[in-house]
Design a protein around this ligand. Structure first.
Ligand code: MRU
Length: 363
């Protein structure tokens, strides 16, 4: 996608052929800064501090993290250790485990330099595949927007989204925002209601930034505004991303997603989840019981970081000193509240049968 007229992806291999460049998302929207990862520890830290975030992107970062680890020591023991460190950084998104396992399979039985080269080749393949997957998902999901647009006689289609599931959450294009970019590209008028997404404000900081950069009209709303907007018929459809979707269609996504799905059900607004195949956990059935929910530092709730009127980045407290805060980063929306899942292979009901119709080889 474009940043100030220049094409960027969120992650890339540097010209030296081994170190890894990323956009440092903790600085957005105020400063566009890139960072360089040179070691396994750099990659693990970039994921846990959320310099990179979004399920597909952390998967790709983990794949490159393994390459950086193998460059220093290509042994099986080091590969095992590095995989564990990376998978532990963020527990909810299944893409991390998927990327680590895919890369490990690709280099199984190899040794030394051949192993390192094969690892880089696989990591690049995972990154390219993510872009192609999101493009396919964009085309399928856009059909849903076209259908609504047909009934609106030129008025904008209003879409509500939560968190950031745009190109910043993937290598390029995004998941939930990809169909919106596609519709915008072909001239369908769209308008996006962007949930601010407390506590880290991915909606306010990232989704608004990337939509605005592409000229997609959007309006930032407080996290609790979605229900009101839906009651007043100001939302035609909701599209959100997912960090892990089970075989029966339960969906883990950023905390607050479930409440939007409840409001959508009550008001009859369709609620779609955009899930690339790498976000589907083929081993899990019951999302509520089985998906691990990441808990992050309470400081993300008691403090807010932003730029003051003089242009200085500051962190300020918004709760009394010593406040106990519980920071659950994700929640699970049961399949029964999901109208359909948008995948890279098409759109299906959020059910075992639905997913099996698109991914028969997995069942
Ligand atoms: O905590 P984050 O910012 O990594 O959470 C991101 C989300 O919840 C996204 O909706 C999800 O990863 C899907 S991204 C394509």
């Amino acid at each position: 996608m474009q940043v100030n007229g220049k094409h960027f992806r969120t992650i890339w291999l540097e010209d030296d052929g081994w170190s890894v460049g990323i956009i440092d998302q903790t600085q957005l929207p105020h400063v566009f800064e890139v960072a360089r990862l040179e070691t396994l520890e750099d990659a693990a830290q970039a994921i846990s501090t959320m310099q990179v975030r979004g399920a597909p992107l952390i998967g790709v970062t983990a794949a490159y993290g393994l390459c950086l680890a193998l460059r220093q020591d290509p042994s099986d023991e080091n590969l095992e250790r590095a995989g564990e460190i990376l998978v532990d950084t963020r527990p909810t998104a299944v893409n991390l485990r998927w990327a680590v396992e895919s890369l490990r399979r690709a280099i199984d039985g190899m040794v030394g330099q051949e192993r390192v080269e094969a690892a880089y080749s696989k990591a690049s393949h995972i990154a390219e595949d993510d872009v192609a997957t999101c493009r396919r998902l964009a085309r399928h999901g856009a059909e849903l927007i076209f259908e609504v647009a047909d009934g609106k006689r030129g008025e904008a289609v209003n879409i509500l989204t939560h968190c950031n599931a745009g190109w910043l959450a993937t290598v390029d294009w995004g998941t939930a925002l990809a169909p919106i970019y596609r519709a915008h590209e072909v001239g369908i008028p769209v308008h996006v209601w962007v949930d601010e997404t407390r506590p880290r404000n991915q909606g306010a900081a990232l989704t608004v930034w990337e939509l605005a950069a592409h000229g997609v009209p959007c309006t930032l709303v407080a996290d609790n505004a979605g229900g009101h907007l839906m009651q007043h018929r100001k939302v035609d459809l909701c599209i959100v991303g997912t960090d892990r979707t089970t075989v029966r269609g339960d969906v883990a996504n950023k905390i607050g997603t479930y409440l939007k799905a409840l409001a959508a059900r009550d008001t009859g607004v369709p609620f779609y989840v955009a899930a690339p195949y790498s976000s589907i956990d083929w081993k899990l059935e019951d999302g509520l019981l089985e998906i691990p929910i990441e808990q992050r530092s309470g400081e993300e709730l008691t403090q807010v970081r932003g730029m003051d009127n003089e242009g200085t980045m500051r962190t300020v407290s918004i709760a009394p000193p010593g406040t106990t805060a519980a920071n659950f980063a994700f929640d699970v929306t049961p399949a029964r509240l999901v109208t359909a899942i948008i995948t890279d292979r098409g759109i299906c009901p959020a059910s075992r049968e639905g997913l099996a119709s698109l991914f028969p080889g997995r069942f």
